[in-house]
Design a protein around this ligand. Structure first.
Ligand SMILES: Cc1cc2nc3c(=O)[nH]c(=O)nc-3n(C[C@H](O)[C@H](O)[C@H](O)COP(=O)(O)OP(=O)(O)OC[C@H]3O[C@@H](n4cnc5c(N)ncnc54)[C@H](O)[C@@H]3O)c2cc1C
Length: 486
């Protein structure tokens, strides 16, 4: 019998770590200096009302070659790779527009930080393989002169996926693909599983797959801050504001089959900056839609999906916010330091959190159980009814766990096939997508940023062919069939 878990009302304590002190240190200093200089100049000039140093630093520039909507891990990775791959150096001006510099609702900082190669689609495996190389050598990519080296707290404990009798054959064929792509994954029988992880109850488990290297978890906040620091040093511009409108021109054309199509090009992005009711126009050549869970709305602003149903013009970007809960618990008798990131056949997952017998985990709800995404409140009954029973069944020690805290975040959920959307829109020809990753976007960010930058700068994917992830699949009805979505 499970005892009722009582939830302390601590709110998102994990989220709170680092959100207060680590950001925004330099802006007040700068403002102070600027107003001091202003005062000095005003004291020596005639006509005190004249303000020669009107501070416009919070406004976006009037022109930028590329405007990236969204400054989460995906937007920043695109910015990084654009600057890294541009030729000659300094050739392009890149602006990142982010409406919430506290990232209070951004998926990146509310995620659980996992990276694995245990996917079934070769492109997803390749994306994660590159990302792990990036993360493990992060200071070769993101070091900034005179700044301390980055430590993203990578925990190389692997992922352990468990399959029931029904899922065992599929697991075997997935592992074959993973090995072909270069991932080191082994299959384990229930007996092998018990020997290696004696705390697991193998009832209902027919097979397990275990990632022997390049899998584990890291601190998403550190990666975000590392990217931000680096791209700033590379000359990327930032604006604290909300993209509210696109101004575009249209070209009407006819296809060979006589179908009328309208090609659009965005010329101007309107940014509503904080402390102002007005928008600031930014002329641009390319727009990157990296607005995460809100990228469907950004696509709509660009007119995407506003056409007759069944046509390319009427095809929407199927990305929307879906709320996911993460629960944290303490269990002194729980599994030890070698505990991997475990995914149960029920869909429940957990991993260690730190070194003090704390754990975190959760489970995606079914379509029918999808909670209202209007707020980020946590449903504790969901833990009680859906998560805990599976946890305690799989790890008997978790019967006595003590609930500690919880939070909720949004998946950038692709309702079509739960995989990323990468590359240009076929009709709004200068809007590029990097979104829809539905629970695996953090780990794919380094590789996706590179893919988008290749597409923008060279016109095609160079290192990993991500054609299956293009927007056109929504119109053509070609789903990316990834079996390992969590
Ligand atoms: C609970 C949970 C667990 C997860 N676990 C994992 C995991 O283990 N591994 C993994 O790989 N992934 C995981 N993910 C998924 C991962 O977090 C996301 O796929 C990834 O962070 C998406 O990054 P992003 O930059 O696109 O989105 P975000 O981080 O949400 O950034 C998008 C930004 O766009 C901004 N924005 C939106 N609209 C506008 C506008 N109009 N103007 C200006 N700015 C705008 C938002 O403010 C936001 O900051 C998890 C997600 C959740 C919620």
């Amino acid at each position: 019998m499970l005892r009722t878990a009582s939830w302390p009302r601590w709110g998102r304590t994990l989220l709170a770590r680092g959100l207060g002190s680590r950001r925004g240190g330099s802006a007040p200093d700068q403002n102070g200096k600027v107003s001091e200089i202003k005062k000095k100049i005003q004291s020596v000039l005639p006509g005190g009302a004249w303000n020669p140093l009107y501070d416009t630093s919070y406004l976006p520039p009037e022109h930028s070659d590329v405007v990236i909507v969204g400054g989460g891990v995906i937007g920043l990775s695109v910015a990084y790779w654009l600057k890294r791959l541009e030729k000659p150096r300094g050739a392009i001006r890149v602006l990142v527009v982010e409406r919430d510099h506290t990232y209070s609702r951004a998926s990146t900082v509310l995620s659980v930080g996992g990276i694995r190669q245990q996917f079934s689609v070769p492109e997803n495996i390749q994306l994660s393989l590159f990302s792990i190389e990036f993360l493990r050598n992060i200071n070769e990519y993101l070091a900034v002169v005179d700044d301390p080296p980055l430590d993203i707290q990578f925990n190389p404990s692997g992922y352990l996926l468990l399959a029931s009798e029904k899922g065992a054959a599929l697991m075997e064929s997935n592992v074959k693909v993973q090995r072909q792509e270069g991932a080191k994954v082994c299959l384990m029988s229930p007996e092998q599983l018990r020997n290696k992880f004696p705390w697991i109850n193998t009832e209902g488990v027919a097979l397990a797959s275990y990632g022997m290297e390049h899998e584990g978890w890291f601190d998403p906040w550190c990666l975000l801050q590392g990217l931000r620091r680096k791209v700033q040093s590379m000359g990327v511009l930032f604006c604290h504001g909300e993209v509210t409108r696109f101004i575009s021109s249209s070209n009407h054309m006819e296809t060979r089959s006589g179908e009328e199509v309208t090609l659009k090009r965005i010329h101007e992005v309107h940014v509503k900056v904080d402390h102002s009711l007005e928008y600031q126009p930014v002329e641009c050549a390319i727009v990157i839609n990296a607005a995460g869970a809100w990228s469907g709305q950004i696509a709509q602003l660009a007119g995407i999906g506003k056409g007759p149903p069944g046509t390319l013009q009427g095809t929407k970007l199927p990305v929307e916010p879906r709320k996911r809960y993460v629960y944290v618990w303490h269990c002194p008798q729980g599994p030890g330091l070698e505990t991997p990131f475990v995914i149960d056949p029920s869909g429940v997952y957990f991993r260690r959190e730190g070194l003090g017998n704390n754990y975190l985990g959760g489970c995606s709800p079914t379509e029918e159980e999808e909670p209202d995404p209007g707020n980020l409140e946590v449903d504790h009954d969901f833990f009680q009814d859906k998560v805990w029973p599976s946890l305690a069944q799989r790890v008997p020690a978790f019967e006595t766990l003590k609930a500690r805290s919880s939070w909720a975040g949004y998946y950038d959920y692709n309702t079509f096939d739960q995989n990323g959307v990468v590359g240009p829109h076929p009709l709004v020809i200068n809007m590029y997508f990097a979104t829809g990753f539905s629970g695996h976007g953090l780990q794919q960010a380094p590789a996706v940023g590179r893919a988008v930058a290749e597409m923008v700068l060279q016109g095609h994917f160079q290192t990993i062919d991500l054609s299956p992830f293009l927007f056109s699949r929504f119109y053509l009805g070609e789903k990316v069939q990834e079996h390992n979505i969590v």
